[in-house]
Write a protein that binds this ligand. Structure first.
Ligand code: UDP
Length: 241
């Protein structure tokens, strides 16, 4: 195994099969374009388990993902893909940068799920892109954009319903996609409290309801407990525990 790439929250290793990579999830956490850093003990395992479970479940709903299996607590075997350098964000409720950039009040239910594309480029601070800028930069074709939008909306429908069954509101989330050696578009990266905003429906308290990385971003405390709470509810609902 050779280290292929080390990112902020994961390390990617090659395997003996060039079509298969091994992802190792780390406890490291960063926010605000890496200006804030920390460690959430146990996060790697939790995020790997939640992501694996959700990828597997989405596969059962005919969403193609890079997931193969989870050989160890913090390790996921995945199909090797060329990552499309676009972060696809889907929002159901106003929060985070949408509020900062538009003045919408946090918590406002959006009249339709908003799909946004951001450039995956840390140096540029992951800027929000227009459809035309995406085409101009040749990051995707018109057809691929439509495909990304429609898969993202479908995933949003599935995940919103699923999290609701766990008494969790899916506020927004980020997806990444990749192309395999045959050119198939696969959902990649992870789906976890690092990449989703998740609000607990069991409490109305605005601070307590946050079950995601915002606890770290805004120093709300009990970060690990929140991640564990998501893990417990997701795995229980899927009958894994
Ligand atoms: N997100 C992410 N990685 C990023 C940027 C955003 O996983 O590099 C997720 C984030 O956790 C949230 C959603 O995408 O669930 C929307 O994030 P937003 O644009 O509001 O950014 P923020 O307010 O975190 O800067």
């Amino acid at each position: 195994m050779k280290k292929l790439y080390e990112g902020k929250a994961k390390i990617i290793y090659t395997t003996s099969d060039p079509e298969i990579l091994l992802t190792q999830f780390k406890d490291d956490v960063t926010a605000f374009n890496s200006s804030k850093r920390g460690i959430i003990p146990g996060k790697g395992e939790i995020n790997c388990q939640i992501s694996s479970a959700l990828f597997k479940w989405l596969e059962s709903k005919n969403i193609a993902t890079h997931f193969i299996d989870q050989p160890a607590h913090r390790e996921m075997r995945v199909r090797a893909v060329k990552i499309v350098p676009i972060e696809v964000v889907v929002r159901n409720i106003a929060a985070g940068s949408l509020c900062r950039q538009t003045g919408l009040i946090e918590g406002k239910i959006l009249s339709f799920p908003l799909v946004e594309f951001y450039l995956k480029n840390d140096e540029l601070g992951d800027p929000l892109l227009t459809r035309d800028r995406l085409l101009l930069l040749e990051l995707a074709s018109q057809k691929q954009l439509e495909q990304l939008q429609s898969i993202a909306l479908k995933i949003n429908q599935y995940l919103t319903e699923f999290f609701a069954s766990c008494q969790i509101t899916l506020v927004d989330f980020k997806l990444e996609f990749g192309l395999d050696s045959q050119g198939n578009l696969l959902l990649a990266d992870e789906i976890s409290p690092d990449t989703c905003r998740l609000w607990d429906q069991q409490t109305k308290n605005l601070r307590d309801r946050v079950l995601d990385k915002d606890r770290f971003r805004h120093d709300l405390g009990k970060v690990e407990a929140a991640y564990q709470q998501v893990q417990q509810r997701v795995l229980e609902k899927l009958g894994i525990r």
